[in-house]
Each structure stands twice: as C-alpha cells, then as structure tokens.
Write a protein that binds this ligand. Sequence first.
Ligand code: GLU
Length: 444
Amino acid sequence: MTIVRFAPSPTGYLHVGNARMALANWLHARSKGGRFILRLDDTDSERSTEEFAGAIQNDLRWMGLEWDQLERQSVRMERYRETMDALKQAGRVYACFETPEELDFSRKRLLSRGKPPIYDRAALTLSDKKRQQYEAEGRIAHWRFKLDYADIDFDDLVRGHVHFHGSNLSDPVLVRGDGTYLYMMPSAVDDIDMGITDVIRGEDHVANTAVQIQLFEALGATPPTFAHTPLLTDIGGKGLSKRLGSMTVASLREEGVEAMALNSYLAHIGTSDTIEARTSLDDLAGDFDIGHTGRGTPKFDPDHLKVLNAALLHGTPFEDAASRLYALGLERADADFWSAVRPNLQRFNDAADWHKVCFADINPLVDDPEFVRAAAGLLPMEPWDQTTWQKWTGQIKEVTGRKGKELFLPLRLALTGLDHGPELKVLLPLIGRERVLKRLGGES
Ligand code: GLU
C-alpha cells in the first residue's frame, strides 16, 4: 500500500509552496488508494510552537486534506537515541570536536581554493591526546554519519535517474553537541518506522536524499521511492519563506479564496496538465500524476488564482451555497437571488453586498432627477419577472427618446447605487416595486 507523509516543521504558517507539497502527497496517496500521514517535524523545540502546529492542521483541514495518522517527532526522541546507539555500534557515526568557527574557517578556505566545501574528516584521525585535550577544554562532541564513498543512484518520479557519489557529499552532522537532532536522521528513521513508500518533497532535498539512502541502508531498510519537485516561487521569481510569512494559506483564506480554487491551482501548477477549476479533491485525484511535474520553476500568480476562484463561484449550485449564505445572515438569499448574483462574485462574501442591494436600504445615485422620475411613472405593476425590465425600459425609451448607456446607466445608479453589477433584468424582480419606487424618488 502507498503510504506518504507531509512533514512540516511547525516553525511558521503554511505558505502556498508548503500547501502544494501537502496536496501533492495527499492526491498521490488518494489516487493510489493509500494513506496520508501528517508528521510534525518539531525536534527544534526553540522554533517550533503549538500555535504553528495548530495553524498548520487548521489550514490542512480547510483545504480538505485530512490525514489518516498524526505523528510528532518530539515524542520519538527515545527512538532516535536508540538509532544513534545502533549507528555507533556499527561504526557508522563518529565524534567530532570542531567549533562552528573552525568549521567555518575550513569551509571558507576550501571555497577560496575553488574546492567544494566538503568536511575533511579530520575527526577520524584525531589522536587520543588531542581528543583528551578537547574534552579537558570542555568541548562536547557532535556526531557525523560516515558516508560510504560509493555510487548512490535512484530513480526520481520527477527528475528521472539521479546519481551522486558519496565522496562528493559532506558527512552530515546527525546530533549536535547539545544532544539535539538535526533533520537528517529522525526523518529517515520515521520514514522507516512509519512504512513510508513514497517521499514527495521539494528539490531542495535532493542531496539529503542521497545521504538518507545510505542511512536507510545502514539501518537495514529499503529506501522509498522519491519525487522532488521544483520549488514554487512568487510571481517575481523570489522564493517563498515560512519565516517571512509570505503567501500564506491563512491570508488567502481571509482574502476570500475558496479552498478548491487553491487546490485546483496547486494540483497542476508546474505540470504539463491544464489548470482548471475543479470542485472536489477526488476529482483532482482522479487524474493526478506526480510524474507530470516539469523541471522549470513554477511561479505562483495571484491573478490566476482569482480567475479560478471566480470560475468556481460562478459554477456553484444553490444547494452548495445555501448553508453558507445562511451563515452570512443573508435571510432572503434564495435560489433566484443566488443565480442573479453568482456571475458577479469574485469572493463568496460579496454576496452580502448584493443582498443589501436587493433587499436593504442603499444610497441611490441620482444625477438627473427628472429622467428618473419619468421612469418611475412608467413602472409596471407587479407581478414582475425577468421580462419586466425590457418592457419597462422599452416604454422609457419611447417616452424619453433615450437609448443605450444614456438610458440604462442612470437607472442602474439609482436602483443599485453602483455603476456595475448583475443584470438588471434579474435584479429588478428581486428588488421589487416598492423599493424600486423609493430608490427612484417616487412614492411607494
Ligand atoms: N521538515 C522537513 C521540511 O519541512 C521535511 C522534509 C521532508 O519531507 O523530508 O523541509
């Protein structure tokens, strides 16, 4: 069975790039009848907060990305300690005593000579005397994984065949001097323990994958299948950052973006598939294929999202809108109202403005009282339907000789207080004769 995980660190709010990764994992699992695990990578106790952990879950639920299992790294420390012991016993990790300044110095020296900044494994040849001296100085060891200097190959679902050689990578630090774990080892241990079959993540992790493949093997496990997608940028090509709070899911939600508009956009951005407004996650999962992801950098265009959002609203049937209209307190929002205003919505909540136009007091804009009064005098009696507008304006045209914009705009301004909006032939019966007369300045 396919088992995937989305593994955010709760150190900030989800941005659209994170959301895309969550969605890709969810859709991949759903399309294969598999499981989706939410794993909170919260080993960094200083930067991880409960507030962010809660916000991430809230955002995922809003997107509809329910998880089958929730895991937290912070409760698995014992397991990581055991793993470190096993790696020590197997001779796959070694103690290092360099200070951050010393490491920085040798990194810069290598770079200035045009060499890659690969750790020189000086710690492996440390004399006992030197080690004792360091320990006497109070230095506490950090631990590195000893990479096998061999070929590392894997077939990536997005990048195709990927090749590394162990000697081109730095032995990664797995545990800091203070005993805290870096990302590398806990993630591999979790992937093993949780039976992860497919790892879908950003291409910033490709080199980590090479290291983790050796970790999986050192721990006696078979590596999962990998897919690394190019990272989403903003429209200007700048990277998104959880820390800077750019383009968050929460801010889009507050701006009135529909979850399915965001999902429709993120499911296919950066792929060879057509981006179109889809109404359900299952529909998206139906033809989702991570292998359709391209190698170019996808740019997140808020205007494109707006177009999808409007398209989705314009296609929403009344049955799906009813409870939300009710929740907005729009008591008179029936099916006729919805079909009248729906084509004009950019955001769902805009329906409240049109509800007011139809059923409450507005400020009519009247520039030419004489014309408007003449129109009021010609207003037919009720009952009204969608043909009333044409009959009425036909008469006004005959009597006043006005046509086109000269005829329609003053009426729209008086009836709605706005120069744009839904078709007046559908609004008119909703507004009703009494309110129309009042807005035209006649008696009711
Ligand atoms: N916490 C890691 C991140 O947010 C997870 C990466 C992974 O998917 O392995 O980058």
